[in-house]
Design a protein around this ligand. Structure first.
Ligand SMILES: [Zn+2]
Length: 604
């Protein structure tokens, strides 16, 4: 059933990748009873709704319905196919696997962008750039430059700095020697098409910064020019693996420290970030040359309570403040702003002023609301005239109203913000609230509603479980089997998987009947690996948990099997219609089901 790989390999890979460890690489989890909870990455989660059960090796979000095993998590998180997720986790655990021939053929038909392949070609390119830098001849002047910037050899190694030499086709030629398909290089954004068959390196004469994801995979590159030509910094283009507004430089190295300090410090440049770590400030990441985005805020929110944005200069900070306000309100994350004195970049500041001053800068950062207000007051007349102040208030509330609308804030959070604004401006909360409401409704007329739920979740939430008693009975049977697999002995004597007529339930019945026929002791995790689609995985977890809460397995199973058998028998005789209206037996069953189990009321 796992198609590309045989089941023993799938099980081996699953056992080598504890779901708690894997999910922790993406989301910060806290212990709660026997389970772990964290913010769900599959919807815009504001209080932890995702539960991870280490004993059962499953996860489940109670808000959006996402759920499954470790493969499902990765499939959804990184948009992978099932075989790709297996490959990724095998890689993670250092297990060598070979897909079956069928999978290889299937792979050939897939569109040519496989994120795993891109990560591999990126890792190869990072190696190549590192070798260039280490080369006695080719790398000498760049190594000198790195020395001048006071980046130590240890940092150079840790951050895998490299060199794209001053040649249009250095990487292209190296790839050819290695037999790497040009298409892969193009998709990874490492080369550019020059028309015809001509390929040229994208990064030429640049100091290379590999950008990794939280698990250490190279997802893209930043390159700083070593000559006069072109932009000072360029990044990899957007690929299926890399999107700079949803990535942060250094998260791999900063993650633990961000969790333990509950604070993430965000700087602008690669070297700022490297230097901060070199000085022992290890909760620092860099924003990849964009102003801090909602996507980046969403990522950091999984690890940090507070985000401090540090800017090279006050001017840059003013520009970024509006964006930061929006992220702060939409992601409900505490954002503070600071700028480096004397328009230095954080890297130089660290080198001249040292770690303590840098940490002090972060400690004394100003709340984003206050920051915005202070700057507005300055721009509208520092003499504090009434007219100036009025104008400042107008613009202040306008900015916040726009952000509030974009973030769709719940009432309780809004109350807190209104109080905060009232204190800053020195006005009554009631007035502020009324003023904001007026502006928000104006913003609502011109703005479109933000898209907060991903297509994947909508898919999960809109699954059709069928209608009527027959559908309920099918669910019940599956709920029981997922909790008490031993009862399969009873089930298989009375019904077959073919009798399930709700498509998603039939799919799961097929999996369960096959798995349990082979091994009556199969665990939930094993069953989940056989459900290749994300949708089926989510439904299995939902049924397993729903069933567990209801308990009462044997009698529920018996009732449900009776219903299924009765209806099927009558269906065969063409009496389907009549049975739904008349059968006294059915009515009795549904009354009992409701009595024993109020959950069923809505479904019957
Ligand atoms: Zn969720």
């Amino acid at each position: 059933m796992s198609g590309a790989f045989d089941n023993s390999i799938v099980n081996q890979v699953q056992q080598a990748n504890d779901i708690v460890d894997v999910i922790t690489e993406h989301v910060s989890l806290k212990k709660k009873g026997r389970e772990m909870v964290g913010l769900c990455p599959f919807h815009d989660d504001h209080r932890p709704s995702m539960y991870v059960n280490g004993a059962k090796q499953i996860f489940k979000c109670f808000a959006c319905g996402a759920g499954g095993d470790v493969f499902k998590f990765l499939q959804m998180r990184e948009n992978l196919t099932f075989p790709q997720a297996i490959e990724r986790l095998a890689d993670r655990a250092g297990i060598k696997i070979k897909p079956t021939k069928a999978a290889k053929d299937k792979g050939r038909q897939l569109p040519d962008v496989d994120p795993n392949q891109l990560a591999k070609v990126n890792a190869w390119a990072a190696d190549h750039f590192q070798k260039n830098l280490a080369d006695e001849q080719k790398g000498r002047s760049t190594r000198n430059y790195i020395d001048e910037r006071q980046i130590t050899p240890e940092s150079t190694k840790k951050w895998r700095l490299g060199l794209a030499v001053d040649s249009q086709d250095d990487l292209v030629r190296a790839a050819k020697t290695r037999g790497i398909p040009p298409k892969l290089l193009t998709h990874a954004g490492l080369v550019v098409n020059q028309g015809g068959d001509g390929l040229a390196d994208k990064f030429v004469n640049r100091l290379m910064f590999p950008i990794t994801d939280v698990t250490g995979r190279v997802i893209g590159f930043g390159g700083r020019t070593l000559g006069e030509a072109g932009a000072k910094y360029i990044n990899s283009p957007t690929t299926p693996l890399f999107d700079k507004s949803n990535s942060l430089y250094g998260l791999e190295h900063a993650r633990h420290s961000i969790v333990s300090s509950a604070t993430a410090v965000v700087v602008e440049g690669y070297t700022d970030c490297i230097m901060a770590h070199q000085f022992g400030c290890s909760n620092v990441v860099a924003a990849l040359g964009t102003s801090f985005t909602t996507g980046q805020g969403r990522i950091l929110k999984r690890y940090a309570k507070k985000v401090v944005l540090i800017f090279d200069s006050d001017a840059a900070g003013i520009e970024a403040a509006n964006r930061a306000l929006e992220v702060c309100l939409s992601q409900r994350i505490d954002i503070k702003l600071a700028s480096v004195p004397q328009a230095k970049d954080p890297c130089d500041f660290l080198l001249t002023a040292g770690r303590e001053r840098f940490e002090q800068l972060a400690d004394e950062a100003v709340d984003v609301f206050q920051f915005k207000w202070n700057r507005l007051m300055e721009s509208f007349g520092s003499d504090d005239t009434l007219a100036g102040k009025k104008q400042a208030i107008e613009e202040f509330l306008q900015t916040i109203a726009a952000s509030l609308w974009a973030g769709n804030l719940p009432a309780i959070d809004r109350g807190l913000i209104v109080n905060r604004l009232a204190k800053i401006i020195g006005a009554e909360p009631k007035e502020i609230n009324a003023e904001l409401s007026r502006r928000i409704s104006r913003a609502a007329k011109t703005a479109s509603y933000p898209d907060t739920i991903s297509a994947e979740n909508q898919k999960v939430q809109s699954i059709d479980f069928g209608q009527g008693l027959f559908a309920v009975a099918q669910r019940e049977v599956l709920e029981v089997l997922l909790n008490e697999p031993k009862l399969f002995e009873t089930v298989k004597q009375r019904i077959t998987a073919e009798e399930f007529d709700v498509p998603i339930l039939r799919q799961i019945a097929d999996i369960l009947f096959q798995t349990l026929s082979a091994d009556i002791n199969a665990s939930l995790a094993e069953i989940l690996t056989r459900a290749e689609s994300v949708e089926a995985g989510s439904v299995i977890v939902q049924l397993a948990q729903g069933g567990e809460e209801k308990g009462n397995f044997e009698s529920r199973l018996d009732g449900a099997l009776n219903v299924m058998q009765q209806i099927n028998r009558r269906r065969k005789k063409g009496e389907v219609k009549a049975i739904e209206d008349q059968s006294r037996f059915l009515r009795r069953f549904s009354e009992n089901a409701v009595k024993e189990n109020p959950h069923n009321v809505g479904m019957v």
